[in-house]
Design a protein around this ligand. Sequence first.
Ligand SMILES: *Cc1c(COP(=O)(O)O)cnc(C)c1O
Length: 633
Amino acid sequence: MSETYSVKMRASSDGRHVSGAEKIVPVGSVSKVASRLVERALSHERGTPDFINVKIESLSSDILRLKALPVMTHVVATPAEGRALAARLLAEAGIANVDEIMVRFSETHSLRGAMLLDADTLERLEPDQSRGVRATYMDDAAALAKGTAGVKNHYAEAIVLATKVQNAPNIIAEICVSDDPDYVTGYVATRELGYRRITVLKEKGDPNGGRIFLYRGPRDGVAKTIEFLEKTPVLVDDVPTLSCAANAPRRFDGLADALDARQAAGLSRRCRTLEGPTGPTAIVDGRELVVFASNDYLDLARDPRVVKAAADAANEFGAGSGGARLTTGTQPPHVRLESALAKFKGSEAVLLYGTGYMANVGAISALVGKGDVVLSDELNHASIIDGCRLSGADVLVYRHGDMEDLDRKLGACREHRRRLAVSDGVFSMDGDILDLPRFLEVTRRHDVFSMVDEAHATGVVGCTGRGLAEHFGCELPDVLMGTLSKALGSEGGFVCGSKLLVEYLRNMSRPFIFSTAPGAPAMAAALAALEVLVAEPGRVAKLRENIALFVSELARHGVSVRGETAIVPVVVGDEKKALAASAALEELGFLVPAIRYPTVARGAARLRVALMSAHTPEQLRAAASSLAKILKS
Ligand SMILES: *Cc1c(COP(=O)(O)O)cnc(C)c1O
């Protein structure tokens, strides 16, 4: 590593710090990185600096490699909550007096470095108390490997710093709050907990902030700790990225800004990895959680019969289908599944799609077009909305579940060529069931197409899980859409209808025609799941028992919710409160997502509890009581 350099930039205006950054780079990138750091200093939003110092040094000593602390974000609504959470986390590191420590941020404000505090006596330990301790000579190893280091990724920089600090001798924790009055997010870090980002740690407008390193050890060890922080060069591996904007060219700036705006509004989203097979529990970020968020309502995705069917089909037919259904993609499992689904739903014919989303988009956009009209419930699923938009038909939105409004609006659009009324059968964010008999009465009286989405009804609604027609004892709508991806534990979508309708879609529906057929393993898995469902209707009954138990347990704790289906919404209202409640539940071991705008209306954020037949009574009771407790506090 003799060809490696440290490049540091500090910029100030009127003696006030404006911007600073440092990189560890190979010799070939030194000048490029130096000039990019200067650009960064000159374009800082705090203003143009009058002094920029760039320091370039060769790093002769060996560079220590460290693995990045694991990162976790806790979303909280208020500074009080954030501080309470920080206190709880730090208590695990044996630090009791977090409130007294937080007060010290009024002193760190003027420091260029961090405050080094004795974790127990809260005495300041660093010899130069007007400057503090500066953790320096560190970088993200991946940036070095790429040759040209990213120069604008505060998130990665913070993790690199926190990782170095937690590896310093006798440091047991760090608390960091930004000194930017508008930036309220901060973190606590310990070696065991990792880097715990807390979305709100101070009031907006509060200029106090900085870093506090907590030391526990002999006084004669302080010098060694400071030496490590200020002198030892460190490269950190596996730094996770939040913003991928770090190295992006200019034309991507708008994308990064849009993401930042989402983030600032508490609306940014991320994928979380659930380890192990889909089921009522999962390992998330290293902890086992009880999952109240899965659409695998009947626990069929990991059922050995279902899994074996998929494996056998992969062996027999291959992993992928190799073509669209109309060319080379139709294999025996596709044909078998279509006829089994038709029998199960009691329809003449069925057409499979790659996903439920495609089934909705494909059916609606084939049935109606320019000059036609679709009447759509205001709470319909996004895939229905997208199908309506793509179709080019006029779209009239009627009030949720309001058949009189539907009736009135149908009466007002008689001049359109084709008319289609479409509704979720079970509304995906509210869990309520469409009044199918009335929907059919209105649509037939007006002689318009009726379409119902049974994504959350199949396997759930009706004594044996056949859906709304079974539940109400009525006929099927003209177009019945469903998915294989929820209670059937696989993936793919389908549309049931008359032979005429299905033949029409087979010829006219673009997502069916122009997309590769779903693979035989997924089809065989869905078929096996359907067979289990038919053979074991007790699963549907068990799910219903679980719903009743959960709702009555919540009621016992004073929370009243609707329990018509496996989706039990607990409306909180405020987005950040919903996020905070979800985070608090996760702390207690329950995965219950907060659903926010744009999935639901602004101010109608909620916890969306999804129940499974496989949840145990103990899990349901514990979740209900925790949820009630959190809602009250
Ligand atoms: C999940 C869902 C879909 C989409 O089904 P996928 O198979 O996941 O693409 C369509 N409609 C509703 C109501 C859904 O909840």
